[in-house]
Ligand binder design. Sequence first.
Ligand code: DC
Length: 213
Amino acid sequence: MVVAIDGPSGVGKSTVSRAVAIALNLAYLDTGSTYRAATLAVLNADVDIGDGQAVLEVVRSLSIDYGTEGVLLDGVSVAQEVRTDRVTSKVSTVSAHPEVRAEIVAVQRAWVARHGGDAVVEGRDIGTVVFPDTRNKIYLTARQDVRAARRARDDEAREASVAEIAAALQARDEADSTRKASPLRPASDATIIDTSDIGIEQVVEAVLDTMKS
Ligand code: DC
């Protein structure tokens, strides 16, 4: 069983997805971290991130995996490095290349297959592209101001203001929603949950409820 949990940044996807995985005793895959790891590798290789073929070559030359300590590049955890501004500011460009997405989606499907086909998978296109046949599709949303405030709390150590975080978030959402390849959008059969005014436990409960019906 695959539980697909999609939505933009700052809706609480990771916290909710982890909790749902624990409640259902399923593996958990954060697909955003696989695109982030690819972006880190591409930046380190110093190739033109706008060149899809060059990016693809770098991505093909290494292994991306996901474990309890987060995402791994060639077996080494890069969980911390992939969350830096250097990576966050470029990940939408790298993940917009269709040929790169095809490669990384194959990595994600293989990971789920290795886990017996049972996992909670969070991302942007899980219900629409990666696992379109799953019955369990959730799309989380929240108002822009709420998402920016949440991200600001996540990034406590950073110096950026909420306004700067809101602007960066909006730019990334815009890029992720308007790209040609697998844009961020709810699957037609997804259950949409607005997390703006409810707590994490209620969101988790709402997700689990959709699976009982
Ligand atoms: O969830 P996140 O913020 O870590 O994701 C980082 C970026 O990766 C996001 O801006 C778009 C891309 N992404 C994607 O294109 N498809 C996914 N399934 C997950 C993430």
